[in-house]
Design a binder for this molecule. Structure first.
Ligand code: GAL
Length: 367
């Protein structure tokens, strides 16, 4: 009887071996249809896996009609990462006047993480208020009991008001810089480096635009965002609920103009890919590395290689998907004339002989 049981076990294992493992598709900017045949309207987003299903969250960018506003954050779900079902809007903008999510505002770069301690799905996003362009520079936080939502807005605002970054020089706390400094001069860059804008925004909280989330192996989550007029990245630790900042945060690459951060870990190193600041136009990607997420971070050369590398192959980073150690660089090829038709770039992250990650359009895996 025991022998028969063992044979059955081996047979089950062999059947298991025969099933193709889930792989990330390679996507090179062609339309990416959902299971209804419509191009996937989820931009600046990211993917999580939960209970055997993948959830892709991203910006809804209207229906292609010029001037059509954002309906909110879209979600698509998939069992195999290739076929995506449209699950609709999971965080909705509001028709109510004065509501923080009133239509006409902006929701960008939504990222969702699951918090096992609270059982909640927590979404963070770059949030701008109606009628204020990109001036509010806020972080919005919404939660849901279910990955398909609905997500409820908890709060939206600037980051860590009244708190200095942990890597801020004592001498520069409360410093007053000359208000006649001309932008882009060496004196002005020096002041930015010292923290002129950190101090400017101290009371109201730090600006937060392009952003991502990262949950470390120890379960600590971080909010990584472009701050200080998009000049400087900040990395802020989140509390155990993932819904608030703890007050512990750092500034990195002051004056470096980094946007669109995407983080991943490989062989004990933290890596970040980001873009420069040229709006919807593509630019050369940046690569950074650290031993600890709270720094020191160092900058490396452009991670893109081969033809098109100087413009990130027409895309801008949004996320690095880690599928059991297989990494995929996800980027948006923006179409500012019709943002809903912005295309997706999903390219494998490879490592060279020195262990440096790189991305290329050459030698793509066959689909
Ligand atoms: C980009 C940014 C996008 C969006 C755009 C607006 O630099 O990464 O998320 O904000 O600017 O022009």
């Amino acid at each position: 009887m025991k022998k028969l049981f063992n044979i059955i076990l081996v047979a089950v294992a062999m059947v298991g071996c025969g099933t193709a493992p889930t792989t990330m598709p390679t996507v090179t900017g062609e339309p990416f249809p959902d299971t209804d045949g419509n191009h996937i309207n989820a931009h600046g987003g990211g993917i999580i896996s939960h209970d055997g299903t993948y959830y892709w969250y991203g910006e809804h960018r209207g229906d292609g009609t010029p001037g059509a506003g954002q309906e909110g954050v879209m979600c698509y779900s998939s069992k195999d990462l290739h076929n995506w079902d449209n699950r609709g809007i999971v965080l909705a903008t509001s028709d109510e006047e004065g509501s923080p999510l009133e239509k006409g505002g902006i929701i960008e770069r939504p990222k969702v993480v699951y918090n096992p301690a609270t059982g909640k799905f927590v979404m963070w996003f770059h949030h701008e208020l109606k009628g204020r362009g990109y001036g509010a520079a806020q972080a919005g936080v919404a939660v849901a009991d279910n990955p398909l939502g609905p997500f409820t807005l908890l709060h939206t605002g600037r980051v860590n008001p009244g708190v200095y970054p942990v890597n801020f020089a004592e001498d520069n706390k409360g410093k007053v810089w000359s208000d006649t400094l001309q932008w882009w001069t060496p004196e002005w860059y020096k002041a930015i480096d010292e923290g002129m804008f950190t101090v400017r925004d101290l009371d109201g909280g730090q600006m937060a635009r392009d952003m991502t989330l990262y949950v470390d192996d120890d379960g600590t989550a971080y909010h990584i965002y472009s701050s200080e007029d998009n000049l400087t990245l900040q990395i802020a630790e989140l509390d155990s609920t993932y819904t608030r900042h703890t007050g512990k945060y750092i500034r990195i690459f002051p004056g470096g103009h980094n946007e669109a951060p995407a983080l991943f870990k490989h062989d004990g190193s933290y890596w970040m890919i980001a873009s420069g600041c040229t709006g919807w136009e593509p630019n050369e990607a940046r690569l950074m590395r650290a031993d600890s997420i709270m720094g020191e971070w160092t900058r490396l050369p452009n991670p893109c290689r081969g033809e098109g590398a100087d413009k990130t192959f027409g895309g801008q980073s949004t996320y690095v998907m880690d599928l059991n150690g297989e990494l995929t660089f996800m980027a948006d090829k923006w179409n500012p004339k019709n943002l809903a038709d912005s295309r997706h770039l999903w390219l494998p992250v490879r490592f060279d002989k020195d262990g440096i990650p790189y991305i290329t359009m050459e030698e793509l895996p066959a689909e």
